[in-house]
Each structure stands twice: as C-alpha cells, then as structure tokens.
Write a protein that binds this ligand. Structure first.
Ligand SMILES: [Zn+2]
Ligand SMILES: [Zn+2]
Ligand SMILES: [Zn+2]
Length: 168
C-alpha cells in the first residue's frame, strides 16, 4: 500500500486508485497560451482545431493514438485530426511512439531546440490495459552507434503491467 501525502489524498478524493495517482504525478498540462507559443516556435499557425488537438495531447499526459484523440475530440473529425498530426510530425512538434499496438501514438515534444531533442524519455506499454505511459523522469540511455549511422529519433519502450493493472 502506498501512503499518499495529505495533498495528494485531497486530489484523489473518493475514487482513489493507483492510476489516478500515476496520472497526478505525471501530468502537467500546458495552458492555451503555452500551446500557441509552442506552435509558433515550430512555425505552425495556431488555428482553433490545432490548438484543441495539442491541448488534448497535453492533457492526456500519455501518448495518444489517432483513435483515442478522436474519442476525446467530438468537434473535430478524424481527417482533421489526422491532417494536424501530419503537420505536427513534419514540424517535430510531436514524438511518434511505436508501442507495438495497431496504431502509433503521439505526444507533444517540449524540446526548445530543433537539433537536439532534450525531452525524449522512456515509455512503458501495459500489456493488460493497452495504454502507453510516459516515464518522464527516465531519460533514454545513450547508445554509441558505429560511424556512418545517423539517428533521427529513438523509441525506448518497456512492456509489462502498469500499477493499476497490477492491483487486479
Ligand atoms: Zn522532444
Ligand atoms: Zn495497465
Ligand atoms: Zn512520453
């Protein structure tokens, strides 16, 4: 049993679960203005739909697939979400996460630099609930590649059972 601090207990209220605790410690959703700044930094015009999609990614606190985003965004159709994600991908405003499930998942890239991605981190795919979680504080170990091999992105995925599913 994990002993929550008073502050965390207040946030969890009645329906406390390990998952909501996990959610609480991992999520630091961006404000609308921060999202607009992030877009402008990546040369993307902040339209209402693009802002809504980026806000949904930020609030989720874990990488989201196109289908999951569609479920979260009633007002934007799938092709609209898909077009925005393609734009975000092309501008390096998102990380593309391959977790071995049917679809890739996306999360916002908060790195300031275009050339060095400073916010890449380890991900954990839960084989029970099918969710992929961000382990934000665990950075990806560096791998010394042979000369001539130029990496553009790294996926570091650990699979297993998440804290919420471990309780079942
Ligand atoms: Zn990044
Ligand atoms: Zn799980
Ligand atoms: Zn992540």
């Amino acid at each position: 049993m994990i002993h929550f601090s008073q502050k965390v207990r207040e946030r969890l209220s009645g329906s406390a679960s390990i998952f909501s605790f996990f959610y609480y410690i991992c999520v630091n959703p961006m404000e609308r203005k921060e999202i607009e700044n992030l877009m402008q930094a990546h040369g993307i015009r902040p339209t209402a739909n693009r802002i809504s999609i980026a806000l949904a990614l930020s609030r989720a606190g874990r990488p989201m697939s196109l289908g999951e985003l569609e479920d979260n965004l009633d007002t934007i159709d799938k092709s609209g979400i898909s077009r925005a994600l393609t734009l975000f991908r092309g501008s390096h405003m998102v990380h593309v996460i391959e977790d071995g499930s049917d679809s890739v998942r996306y999360e916002l890239c908060l790195s300031e630099s275009e050339h060095h991605d400073s916010d890449e981190h380890v991900h954990f795919y839960c084989e029970k609930c099918g969710k992929t979680f961000c382990l934000n504080d665990i950075s990806i170990p560096s791998v010394a590649l042979p000369s001539g091999w130029t990496p553009t992105s790294t996926n570091y995925m650990i699979k297993g059972v998440c804290p919420a599913c471990s309780q079942d």
